[in-house]
Design a protein around this ligand. Structure first.
Ligand SMILES: Nc1ncnc2c1ncn2[C@@H]1O[C@H](COP(=O)(O)OP(=O)(O)OP(=O)(O)O)[C@@H](O)[C@H]1O
Length: 626
């Protein structure tokens, strides 16, 4: 638990990932999303620019008032320029309001579209991707990160443009008012450019690190919430609390480092204009004394110079915003660029139709090999030439030592993983030639770990088959012995899963089984889905399941003798290959490795009695006697 995974899990903590691509390159990648919003953003930027320029012209009017009506003591002449100032002020305020309206909606749409796309991408990415990435990193990328991009587009992007243009226009006005004094400001601006580059380099790495650390924190919070029962039981809440605090401290020190960079930057950009203003004042007074400049012009000059303080001061945090958005974009596209290795073929082959009455769903594993992409080079393939034939309607149980690859083997049928050698066919068609929706609606699965979603019982059961009828649902619930749902407060409409009714492990397993069997799937893949049931409920489920299994091809992973006995054939998986196949009784009698496996993994269930019975080859008799 203390080894908190990162981005992805294989990367070392605090890796300087931000160095991989430049800020501009990262921001450029947002263009496809931003393009539809560009007209509104440009309109918003122009509106903000006009508003800012309105503000910038007010000092010029003040200068004219001082040199005109005030110098001439003609107060009746104040009305015109006075009204002009009020009009400029009102226009400035109104335009800033319009700017906000113009940019809000389109930038929210950009954020929503990006969030929608990353969610869809996460759904399409293969299991090999999800095996590697921590949920907190994905959560932060899909939820909290994206608001930074909206803030940048709605505010940072617009004001970077507006403030830079304002600075250029402002400096031109200063030069036109008094070029000698204006040059002092130009001179002060040059070191700012160098400092901008220095600041940008430092801040970029910190922005990226901080966002990664937020993702790590999200992972810890998620793990500690999901695992609260274990943590409390083992009294390890304090331990995880310490891990959390360590991570939080790291995030805090990154945030403080960001603040330090901004603080240094801010001090410098505050100091430089102050020096420029002091020098301009010194020389300005001399120009007035020489008679080369009027008091009104000098007042206007300083009023404009003061108005340029905000555009200069803001550059620091606008650049910070830009770097935060660039880091967000980089993190976002790390997910969006991940390859979807398991997808439908360009021209999928249709599944042969089901013949009513006759079972379909013949599955063949032909010399199937599999290895994880990140397996150590020296380690052998997990599956090394599995050949297995499931006739339509047949039930085959796979038995093997723990970690031998049973779950992976079953996951290859509906392409949660793809084979790395050989092929698997469903009714004669390579599963990779079928469209994924076709394949996944033909192959239903139930895992040992029953995942239920925050939805009603009905929605959970019909997850894979939304078109199921009420009868289908009731039948599936009956097969899975899940009739307890009728006693829930709102029956099938009771909300379960996270934030819903709390169900027992066995109840959850039975609902997951009902979800798998609803609507008579062509192939049923059961990965030890009855492990949490008591023996009586298990026997009742198995009895009801036999009717379903008579019509369906079933590949099941079995750990318990009682489950194995439901199978027509049992395949023994050893060292990545099927080393024996036959009825349970036959294997028990003739294959020592199988017997050893069952007697070591199921000592309570395979006793002397069942061994003797099995040796006689009459498992049916054994069941009757039992
Ligand atoms: N990313 C990976 N890289 C290399 N090996 C992996 C990776 N992920 C899982 N493994 C290994 O692959 C095997 C997966 O086996 P699988 O889960 O199919 O076992 P199993 O037979 O179903 O076990 P059990 O009976 O305990 O459920 C394990 O030995 C595991 O250590």
């Amino acid at each position: 638990m203390s080894d908190v995974s990162h981005t992805p899990a294989t990367e070392p903590l605090n890796a300087p990932v931000a160095a991989r691509s430049s800020t501009l390159a990262n921001l450029r990648r947002l263009l496809p999303y931003v393009r539809p919003a560009l007209p509104s953003l440009i309109a918003s930027a122009i509106t903000a620019l006009i508003a800012t320029l309105c503000g910038l012209f007010i000092p010029l009017v003040i200068g004219k008032i001082i040199d005109g009506p005030i110098a001439a003591k003609d107060f009746s002449a104040l009305w015109g320029p006075g009204l002009l100032m009020v009009a400029l002020g009102v226009l400035e305020a109104a335009l800033f309001g319009i700017r906000r309206v113009l940019s809000s909606r389109p930038t929210m749409r950009v954020e929503a579209k990006m969030r929608q796309d990353i969610y869809c991408r996460l759904q399409s990415l293969p299991m090999s991707f999800h095996d590697k990435w921590s949920s907190g990193q994905l959560l932060s990328r899909a939820v909290s990160d994206l608001s930074r991009i909206r803030w940048f587009l709605a505010f940072g992007f617009i004001f970077l443009f507006v403030n830079l243009v304002t600075l250029v226009v402002g400096v031109l006005i200063l030069l036109s008012l008094a070029w000698q004094l204006g040059l002092i400001f130009v001179g002060a601006a040059l070191p700012l450019v160098v400092l901008c580059i220095f600041f940008e380099n430092n801040y970029r790495l910190l922005a990226r690190r901080s966002q990664d650390q937020v993702g790590d924190l999200a992972t810890i919070v998620e793990e500690s919430v999901l695992g609260i029962r274990i943590l409390k039981s083992f009294g390890r809440s304090a331990h995880l609390g310490r891990v959390f605090l360590t991570q939080a401290a790291q995030l805090r020190s990154t945030e403080l480092a960001k603040v330090r960079v901004i603080a240094v930057w801010w001090s410098v950009i505050t100091l430089l204009p102050e020096i420029a203003i002091a020098l301009a004042l010194f020389f300005g007074v001399q120009l007035i004394a020489d008679g080369t400049m009027s008091a009104g012009t000098l007042t206007a000059f300083f009023a404009v110079a003061v108005m340029l303080r905000w555009p200069v001061d803001s550059i620091g945090w606008l650049l910070a915003m830009l770097n935060d958005a660039a880091a967000t974009s980089q993190r976002y596209f790390e997910v969006m660029d991940a390859e979807i290795t398991v997808q439908s073929p360009g021209t999928p082959v249709p599944l042969p139709p089901k013949h009513s009455g006759a079972p379909s769903g013949e599955v063949r594993f032909e010399d199937v090999r599999f290895r994880f992409a990140d397996a150590k080079p020296e380690s052998p393939d997990l599956l090394r030439g599995v050949t297995l034939h499931l006739h339509a309607g047949q039930t085959v149980a796979v038995v093997g030592a723990t970690g031998s690859g049973k779950t992976v083997l079953t996951s290859l049928v509906n392409r949660l993983y793809d084979v790395t050698g050989g092929r698997i066919t469903l009714d004669g068609v390579d599963v990779r030639e079928l469209s994924l929706p076709d394949l996944r609606s033909a192959v239903s699965v139930a895992f040992e770990e029953p995942t239920l979603f925050s939805a009603s019982v009905r929605e959970n059961v019909t997850l894979g088959r939304p078109d199921s009828t009420e009868d289908d649902v009731l039948q599936a619930l009956s097969v899975a012995q899940a009739d307890f749902v009728h006693d829930l407060p709102w029956g099938l409409d009771t909300r379960i899963g996270e934030q819903g009714m709390s169900l027992s492990g066995g109840q959850r397993q039975r609902l997951a089984l009902a979800r798998a069997v609803v609507g008579d799937p062509r192939v049923l893949v059961l990965d030890d889905p009855l492990s949490a049931l008591d023996i009586h409920t298990e026997a009742a489920v198995e009895a009801a399941l036999r009717n379903v299994l008579a019509r369906t091809t079933c590949l099941m992973v079995a750990h318990r003798a009682s489950t194995v006995m439901m199978a027509d054939q049992v395949a023994l998986l050893v060292d990545g290959a099927i080393t024996a196949i036959g009825p349970h009784s036959h294997l028990l009698a003739t294959v020592p490795a199988y017997r050893k496996l069952l007697t070591t993994t199921m000592p309570d269930e395979v006793d002397e009695w069942s061994l003797a019975t099995a040796a006689s080859g009459s498992i049916e008799l054994a069941e009757e006697q039992r």
